[in-house]
Design a protein around this ligand. Structure first.
Ligand code: ZN
Length: 452
């Protein structure tokens, strides 16, 4: 089955056909490095990672670019609050982001362009828009995009254009605002006192770029003026992606991205997880509570990316339990040979994922494989490892359990006690084993030793 994806542009499920068969270009809006990303941000990057792995499973070669926003309203303000240089401040959070990425087993992108390295490209793009009449300078020297000049403005967010032309007067200098505030937005922000030391002296004057132009410049510089896929969270649809489309397409007269994909929100008690709402958790918070980062990865796979996912400690516990079980199964299989991937299950698994990345259905296939007594251990192992190339749950890292001789001896003594009906002795030995950090699950095939 061919890969189908839901394109926000047009709001429909479409078959994926790449612009160039040899290489697929994928751009993901990356972190604004002014704080630790929260789990809602990571849902977005995990979704992009899933997409990338599914593209790879469909034999596409992917070039993945994720930007790092290291200059914008938020990074400037926070670095000033902490009395640190912008570069030093953003470098710290960029490194934290990379270590979280690795803990979540997110494949590194091919490139991580940093906005502050792309000023030339941003200025050139703004100059193009000025020349073509889509942008104008305001009294303070800032440059704004004129949405009235762009007849296609609003196509991604499906804004009502009639309402726009009557309401959209005036300008918007801040980067984030609501749909009903749609109006001319800043491409270039003339320096003012609040920027302090942060400015560039360019042909546009002294100032700094707006957030939206950063992604247009970095995506086109590192992919091309038209590329295949652009991803982000649903809150990026407006204004960020709408403005990216406006700036890029008016300058180049070409579609920026063919497919626009957006993941839904992560909720906490029914509300969007957000820094501004103060109801967020970072990866560090869940590690401190004893959860593995990959348990969060598992949790995100239990919901379709276009459905809201409610984060609760109960749901995270359930994800951790499921992950532990999978790891135990892989540990049991660690000693067996690697057989052939089961073709029927492989097809079933890929068919789910090719249907707009239906991860919950793909996970159901994982458990079918686990519970299929007709599969040989060798086949089971190969099939689960094959699935994990897409799921990224680290199952390929599971090693056989190393059981100390002392524990092994106690297990044997306990078996002897059990077989002779001496259950009190058997319980005492079980306690001794637990003290050594192991536990025993009695199964029909004999005792199974696990790490506690
Ligand atoms: Zn972006």
């Amino acid at each position: 089955m061919a890969l189908k994806l839901f394109n926000t542009l047009g709001r429909e499920l479409q078959e994926f056909t790449p612009l160039h068969p040899s290489q697929v270009g994928l751009y993901t809006c990356g972190p604004t490095v002014y704080d630790y990303p929260h789990l809602g941000n990571y849902r977005s990057y995990l979704f992009a990672d899933l997409l990338r792995r599914v593209l790879k499973a469909n034999n596409y070669q992917v070039k993945h670019v994720m930007n790092i926003t290291d200059v914008d309203d938020k990074t400037i303000k926070r670095s000033q609050d902490e009395k640190k240089g912008l570069k030093e401040f953003t470098q710290f959070y960029t490194e934290r982001f990379f270590s979280d990425r690795d803990a979540l087993n997110i494949l590194p992108a091919d490139l991580y362009p940093q906005a502050s390295d792309y000023l030339d490209q941003m200025v050139a793009l703004i100059e193009r828009l000025l020349q073509a009449g889509y942008a104008y300078k305001s009294d303070d020297g800032s440059v704004y995009f004129s949405i009235a000049k762009d007849k296609a403005y609003g196509k991604l967010a499906q804004l009502n254009l009639n309402e726009l032309t009557t309401n959209a007067s005036g300008r918007m200098k801040t980067d984030e605002y609501e749909k009903d505030s749609a109006r001319d937005f800043a491409l270039w922000k003339a320096w003012d006192k609040s920027d302090g030391e942060i400015f560039w002296q360019t042909s546009l004057g002294k100032g700094r770029p707006g957030w939206h132009i950063e992604c247009s410049a970095m995506s086109m510089a590192n992919l091309s003026e038209s590329f295949d896929l652009h991803t982000g969270g649903v809150d990026n649809i407006f204004p960020h992606h709408e403005n990216e489309i406006a700036q890029s397409e008016c300058a180049t007269n070409k579609p920026l991205a063919k497919y626009w994909l957006h993941n839904e929100w992560l909720l906490v008690e029914g509300k969007k997880m957000a820094k501004s709402a103060g109801n967020f958790y970072t990866l560090r918070n869940i590690i401190d509570q004893g959860y593995a980062p990959l348990a969060y990865r598992y949790l995100t796979l239990t919901a379709h990316y276009r459905k809201q996912l409610n984060f609760t400690w109960e749901s995270l516990t359930a994800a951790q339990t499921a992950l532990n079980k999978l790891e135990d199964i892989m540990r049991d299989l660690a000693g067996s040979e690697l057989g052939e991937v089961n073709e029927k299950y492989h097809q079933q698994f890929i068919t789910s994922l090719n249907d707009d990345l239906n991860a919950p259905q793909a996970l159901a296939t994982v458990w079918e494989v686990v519970n299929d007594a007709a599969l040989s251990p060798a086949e089971k192992k190969a099939t689960l490892l094959d699935f994990d190339q897409i799921l990224g749950l680290g199952l390929d890292q599971i090693k056989p359990l190393e059981i100390p001789a002392e524990v092994q001896k106690l297990v044997e003594e306990r078996e002897t006690a059990r077989k002779s009906g001496d259950f009190s002795a058997s319980d005492t030995i079980r306690d001794q084993i637990e003290k050594l950090g192991f536990k025993i699950d009695d199964s029909p095939t004999g005792p199974k030793i696990r790490q506690k």
